[in-house]
Design a protein around this ligand. Structure first.
Ligand code: ZN
Length: 427
């Protein structure tokens, strides 16, 4: 067996390898007080007590040894819901909302998502790719090592296919894991009249999307006034027939039957859920659908986030994500999302950390390879600037992530990206 590439020792390791990850069943996470992590070829090959691991591991001339000096070591965050692929920002809209305009009202008047569609359509390809990579760089600096990115600021078949091509460019040679979701049904395209024709055209794209390996997942904004459960079902059935995984934006603003639909069709996740009914959440839990909580969006839209207690009551598998987007959640900070989950939604630290690692991996279909520190899993991990991982919840609005490793390579240190990350962002 060849020698390891990296051994991190004297770390307080929380591997997040628990079997049970449903809300209501998690109190504390197992922690190795003086732990070591051994990495070879981008994967974890061993996790255990420092003394034992160091005495039993044969180091090679090129093995890097890193003394963590007692700092907390946890899996890298997986952010399973973002809209990072876009151009422009929407700062004035933030103030319109502050002055009393509703999110749907702004959208229906041609603002909101439509404004970002115009900006993204007008921007050159290179600018969209560069801006998206820069945003992902911000996510990495805050500890994200896997991110999902959706299309959805094209809305017509041609423009959505362009966004998929740009997403392929964004992902090229990326130092972290990037998963792609087709969200053609994100909002209604202005100038298009016939609903059934439009849905049929979008459905028809999906076999090509799968055949050309342009996305792993398909998502729909299922919401009263956006896409109905019937339209959502038609699109997701086409996605499944094409071999793509399915998920949906469900019950964000009003109870629209999205959670129930997600359970019925066995979606991988249903996301938002602020207005989901208890029956809908229960049906999701029973069907094994992950509930992706987006408390940053609730915070920014001045809504109440989905409460942890409601998810515990039904034993839902909860994940956390940023929902990074220019209108309702312009952050890529998972530590901020974790703080909001605890202080605004009542998550326990252990529940929130599993939601940002293990359960986020499940929402992305990566539960066998990412999201925990165990033998054979990706060596994606973080060293925090404290021995207690709960510093993530305590130092809200700050970045307590001291060092970020993806596939065993250091990609950010003290909030600054390494040369490898910077080169990728600028290339
Ligand atoms: Zn979203």
């Amino acid at each position: 067996m060849s020698s390891p590439d990296l051994v991190v020792f004297h770390a307080r390791i929380t591997p997040c390898a628990e079997e049970e990850t449903r809300m209501g069943r998690i109190e504390e996470l197992a922690t190795i007080e003086d732990g070591a992590l051994v990495v070879r070829s981008g994967k974890v090959v061993r996790v255990g007590e420092s003394e034992r691991v160091l005495s039993e591991t044969t180091l090679g001339p090129d093995t890097r040894l890193l003394d963590a000096e007692g700092r907390a070591l946890i899996p890298g965050f997986l952010d399973p819901h973002s809209h990072a692929l876009h151009a422009g920002r929407r700062i004035p809209e933030m103030q319109l909302r502050q002055e009393g305009k509703g999110y749907l009202e702004i959208l229906q008047a041609g603002g909101g998502i439509q404004e970002t569609v115009r900006a993204t359509t007008a921007a050159d390809d290179a600018a969209v790719v560069r801006d998206t990579r820069r945003r992902i760089g911000q996510a990495v600096a805050c500890g994200t090592t896997t991110v999902e990115v959706k299309t959805g600021y094209g809305l017509t078949p041609e423009r959505e296919m362009r966004l998929l091509r740009l997403l392929a460019q964004v992902r090229r040679r990326a130092p972290i894991t990037i998963l792609r979701t087709f969200l053609g049904l994100h909002a209604w395209p202005l100038g298009t009249e016939d609903r059934p024709v439009h849905i049929a055209e979008m459905n028809a794209l999906l076999s090509d999307v799968a055949a050309k390996d342009l996305a792993e997942m398909v998502d729909v904004f299922c919401e009263e006034g956006v896409f109905s459960p019937a339209e959502t079902l038609s699109h997701l059935a086409a996605a499944r027939a094409a071999g793509l995984a399915i998920r949906l934006h469900a019950d964000e603003l009003r109870p629209s039957g999205g959670a129930e639909l997600a359970a019925e069709i066995g979606a991988r996740s249903a996301d938002h859920l602020l207005a989901a009914t208890d029956e809908g959440l229960r049906a999701m839990a029973e069907a094994g659908v992950v509930g992706v909580n987006l408390p940053g969006t609730a915070f920014f839209l001045h809504e109440h986030p989905l409460q942890a207690e409601r998810q515990r009551a039904v034993g839902l598998r909860a994940a956390l994500a940023t929902d990074q987007n220019p209108g309702s959640s312009p952050t890529f900070s998972m530590p901020m999302v974790l703080s909001l989950a605890m202080h605004m939604a009542g998550f326990r630290p252990a529940e929130a950390l599993l939601a940002a690692t293990r359960n986020a991996a499940s929402a992305l279909g990566l539960e066998g390879t990412h999201g925990q520190l165990a033998e054979g899993f990706a060596a994606d991990f973080l060293l925090l600037d404290d021995s207690d991982y709960r510093v993530l919840f305590y130092a809200f609005g700050m970045n307590p992530v001291a060092q970020v490793f993806a596939a065993g390579r250091s990609i950010a240190h003290d909030g600054r990206l390494t040369e490898e990350m910077r080169q990728w962002m600028d290339s």
